[in-house]
Write a new protein. Structure first.
Length: 700
């Protein structure tokens, strides 16, 4: 016991405990500092580990050094050669304690910095955990095989999107880039990602070569690369292996459900899978361009794939989604039975869910069948929430929830989800355009302009964003000439907007020439539920003062509008019926049958009052207001206009900037009730002083 006391006493005398404390505190401070600086300077993680290993190895040597040597005014000497009064360490033991306290204080500061200033830690956590998959290069020399190359890229991306800790940018944002971009640092910055996947595909008959490489965007260095030579029936194993190896390279810990989703093969039939990829290629192009012809063409290969493999749940889910889109965008087109398509979409979604209850795409399909087919918005939100739980980083699912929230009038939630989706998919022109439309609903017109310009920067061919940009400018400024100036496109959607703006400016011959140039096809006119080209020609000739031509075209439009009304009566959808009533009422007004037009408008308004679609209601109400105004009924038009302008979510339907200049309101402009409305809703400052006459872009 006495020996032990003597040994510990000697340790204290030689300041061994203080030396150990200084060493450990210094190593701890250095390690903490390296850990916080590592993501900032881009240093590899092994530096911190190497420091700790070296410190552990050096600790015994440091203790031995402290035991055998002393610092003196004359330098370093062996302890046995130093008199007690000559040892600096023994004479300054209290000062060593201060050094220990100082180093520990530094450690505490570093820990507090880490807790209170998490930006560096957040950057470290994000480093290597966000990814974009660039378009794969087609090495087959066969343009007809492009669908297969796109499919390989898309399926790898989809598997990566199942990883909750990985932010994955969608193909919509990456499709504008080349297969092997020259400046990956710039691409990474534009997409907001740290890593990029590049690849190539070469297919010959049943053999496939797939080459993939993972690249650090900041340093343009390869993190992992591999080539696969496989048969067609092995492509699923390749997709799973690529996703798994990328997760491993990025040091992501997969949850069991994530690993299972990555490894899942959608079908065991290579031919069914090939048909599926052909259908996907057509459906994606059709959905992006709102091309009902391509959407309809996609249905047959989906159905053939399912016929080969009835258990192909993914094909059923994607078929359902394509059918929902076609039913929504193709309603009113001759030869397309929207109700039958919607019913089939729901049935296929339910079949997909029965086959695979953990398939995110099946819940996406169900959500859209509820949203588009049945307008059951609560059910759609529940389906999309489940899809996002299963695939957390799918920007499309986030955006879909945003669209439903918009229909429910929950505009703050809608904007939040759309902004979240755009953050995950920063160059997605479609999402940016829809965010712009939502900003317009709440009268944030300047932000809508910015979002539309962002959409156009990502995709200059996004004609919907271009038309919405024009509408946002018009609603903010009340200046149709300024809105007209941005419409530099010959696309029918843009040309239709030009017709309206030229009409507002009183440039009728130009408006007529543009309208005549628009092909009279179902996508350009028939999909508008009775808004035929003949009706629009009649409307223009009427305002030009050519009553004979206007009457001729109104008679021509009458048969189409009446048939659309008959079909809508049979279909039973209140929104479709309300719009059909409005178009028929417009024709009746043109033919001088004012009483019948008012009766039809009253019916349309009664239907609108029973709707729960808070996004669409103001648009439908504005159309009824214009019909009442055209009939000279200020007593009915003014209260509806007042209702729209007072609504916090009526910005898409109408703006106070348009009240002083809207030609549709000329028949009631001198009515005291309308004059009072003008005083109640003065135009915003940016619209004051703009003289051109104009109007909003409601359903006409």
């Amino acid at each position: 016991m006495a020996g032990a006391r003597g040994f510990f006493g000697e340790l204290r005398r030689r300041n061994i405990f203080r030396a150990a404390a200084i060493y450990l505190a210094a190593v701890w401070a250095l390690a903490q500092g390296f850990a916080q600086l590592q993501p900032v300077v881009g240093a590899p993680e092994w530096i911190t580990r190497a420091l700790l290993v070296a410190a552990a190895i050096g600790f015994p040597f440091w203790i031995a050094f402290a035991w055998f040597y002393e610092f003196t005014p004359a330098g370093l000497k062996r302890e046995s050669e130093v008199a007690p009064g000559e040892s600096i360490a023994r004479a300054t033991g209290r000062k060593l304690d201060y050094w220990i306290i100082g180093i520990l204080a530094v450690v505490v500061v570093l820990l507090l910095t880490e807790r209170l200033m998490p930006s560096t830690e957040a950057q470290a956590a994000a480093s290597g955990k966000s990814i974009a998959v660039l378009p794969f290069e087609n090495l087959s020399g066969d343009e007809d095989g492009e669908y297969f190359v796109v499919g390989m890229q898309d399926e790898i991306l989809t598997r990566l999107a199942n990883i909750g800790d990985l932010k994955v940018v969608s193909r919509t944002s990456t499709e504008k880039y080349r297969s092997h971009a020259e400046n990956l640092r710039e691409v990474g910055r534009e997409l907001g990602v740290d890593t990029i996947v590049e690849g190539s595909v070469q297919r010959a008959a049943d053999k496939v070569r797939i080459s993939v490489q993972l690249i650090d965007a900041a340093s343009d260095t390869h993190l992992w690369a591999h080539s696969y030579d496989r048969q067609m029936h092995d492509v699923f194993a390749v997709q799973s292996d690529v996703a798994g190896r990328i997760a491993s390279a990025l040091k992501l810990k997969l949850q069991p459900a994530e690993a299972q989703a990555i490894a899942r093969a959608p079908t065991a039939d290579p031919m069914a899978y090939d048909l599926f990829l052909r259908a996907e290629y057509l459906a994606d192009r059709g959905g992006t361009d709102i091309d009902t012809v391509l959407l309809e063409q996609s249905l047959a290969p989906y159905q053939r794939a399912i016929a080969r493999d009835p258990s192909f749940a993914l094909a059923l889910a994607r078929l359902s989604y394509a059918q929902s889109l076609l039913a929504w965008f193709g309603e009113g087109i001759a030869g397309l039975d929207a109700d039958a398509l919607a019913a089939s979409a729901r049935s296929n979604a339910e079949r997909a869910l029965a086959l695979d209850p953990e398939l995110a795409d099946a819940y996406v399909a169900k959500g859209f069948s509820d949203y588009y087919g049945r307008r059951d918005y609560d059910a759609a939100l529940a389906a999309f929430a489940t899809a996002q739980r299963l695939r957390p980083n799918d920007a499309g699912v986030m955006a879909a929830a945003g669209y439903v929230y918009r229909r429910l009038g929950r505009l703050d939630d809608s904007i939040r989800k759309l902004e979240e989706a755009l953050d995950h998919d920063p160059r997605n022109s479609r999402i940016a355009g829809n965010l712009a439309a939502t900003y317009m609903v709440v009268r944030r017109y300047a932000e809508a302009e910015d979002a539309n310009r962002r959409a156009l920067a990502a995709d200059p061919d996004n004609v919907t964003a271009l038309a919405l940009l024009s509408a946002a400018i018009l609603n903010r400024t009340g200046d149709p000439a300024r809105a007209l100036a941005v419409l530099q496109s010959k696309h029918p959607t843009v040309q239709s907007q030009r017709v309206l703006l030229l009409w507002m400016l009183g440039r009728y011959p130009e408006a007529l020439a543009v309208l005549e140039s628009i092909p009279d096809t179902p996508d350009n006119f028939g999909g508008q539920r009775g808004a035929t080209k003949a009706a629009q020609l009649a409307w223009l000739y009427r305002d030009m003062g050519d009553a004979a031509q206007a009457h001729r075209y109104y008679l021509q439009a009458e048969s189409g509008s009446r048939q659309a009304l008959v079909d809508a009566e049979a279909g039973g959808d209140p929104v479709t019926l309300a719009q059909a009533l409005q178009y028929m009422a417009d024709v009746e007004l043109g033919l001088g049958r004012t009483a019948e037009a008012l009766r039809l408008t009253d019916r349309a308004q009664a239907l609108v009052e029973g709707l729960d679609d808070t996004y669409l209601i103001p648009i439908l109400v504005s159309s009824n207001a214009f019909l009442y105004a055209s009939a000279g009924r200020a007593d009915r038009a003014v209260p509806l206009l007042d209702r729209i302008l007072a609504s916090p979510i009526g910005g898409m339907a109408y703006s106070s900037a348009l009240l002083p200049i809207d030609p549709d309101l000329d028949p009631i402009r001198d009515d005291p009730r309308f004059i009072a409305l003008l005083k109640k809703y003065p135009p915003p400052m940016e619209a004051q002083g703009d003289a051109p006459r104009g109007t909003a872009i409601p359903v006409r």
